[in-house]
Design a binder for this molecule. Structure first.
Ligand code: AR6
Length: 209
């Protein structure tokens, strides 16, 4: 079995990978990211799967966090341990609930919801770096129950991850773990497009399919 679908190696030796179809609860990265909601009390989708696989200690830690901050705003991230997961940590972040835009954002500008989605990725990488975490796996945040179109979300996600990974001190590997082959293909195509359009500098792009 192939151990990856696509990989980008940057000039600084850091790596961005795309795996799929795959289940993030089985990940061996040091941390995985949860697409949570502001209550941090669990839900469906990837959130439900992470709490089920990781066991009750994750929810207990989330409750302690909520007791301090009340709710986690969209675009922010917090960290718990990983309970029974193979990953040592879970970073919980809250994506935007997608709304159809009435007006297109002006050229060169992100819509507010794209900014929030980008912030989820940036804040998660920054938090991982603060905890000296070296490898981190993301699901496709907001593209399930929160309805963000995956083609748009993939581009926002990769554009946010590449510079954040580049400036991170500890984080060396970011992996997108996509639940379906179609979602994985969408992310890989977005990355291919961006590397072709020279939006990423000095990269080696490998693809196994
Ligand atoms: N591994 C990887 N990806 C997964 C997995 C998994 N085990 N399970 C689902 N996905 P969603 P959101 C994919 O709905 O859109 C929850 O109820 C899924 O196919 O989990 O950010 C929370 O509590 C999709 O591509 O997250 C919130 O209330 C992606 O993960 C709300 O849903 C995200 O889908 C958050 O919605």
């Amino acid at each position: 079995m192939l151990d990856f679908v696509a990989r980008i190696t940057f000039g600084n030796g850091k790596t961005l990978e795309f795996h799929g179809p795959a289940d993030i609860t089985k990940e061996t990265t040091e941390a995985i990211v949860n697409a949570a909601n502001s209550s941090l009390l669990g839900g469906g989708g990837v959130d439900g799967a992470i709490h089920r696989a990781g066991g009750p200690s994750i929810l207990e830690e989330c409750k302690l966090i909520v007791a301090n901050i009340n709710r986690l705003p969209a675009g922010k991230a917090v960290l718990t341990t990983g309970g029974r997961l193979r990953a040592k940590y879970v970073i919980h972040t809250v994506g935007p609930i997608y709304k159809v835009e009435r007006r297109a954002p002006s050229p060169g500008h992100h819509s507010p919801q794209a900014e929030i989605l980008a912030s989820c990725y940036r804040e998660s990488i920054c938090l991982a770096d603060d905890h000296a975490i070296r490898s981190l796996a993301f699901p496709s945040i907001s593209t399930g129950a929160y309805g963000y179109p995956i083609h748009e979300a993939a581009e926002v996600a990769i554009k946010a991850v590449v510079p954040a990974l580049s400036v991170a001190i500890h984080v060396q590997l970011v992996r997108f773990v996509l639940f379906s082959a179609a979602d994985c293909d969408t992310y890989v195509r977005a990355a291919e497009r961006m590397s072709r359009d020279h939006q990423m500098k000095s990269v080696i792009f490998e693809r196994h399919s």
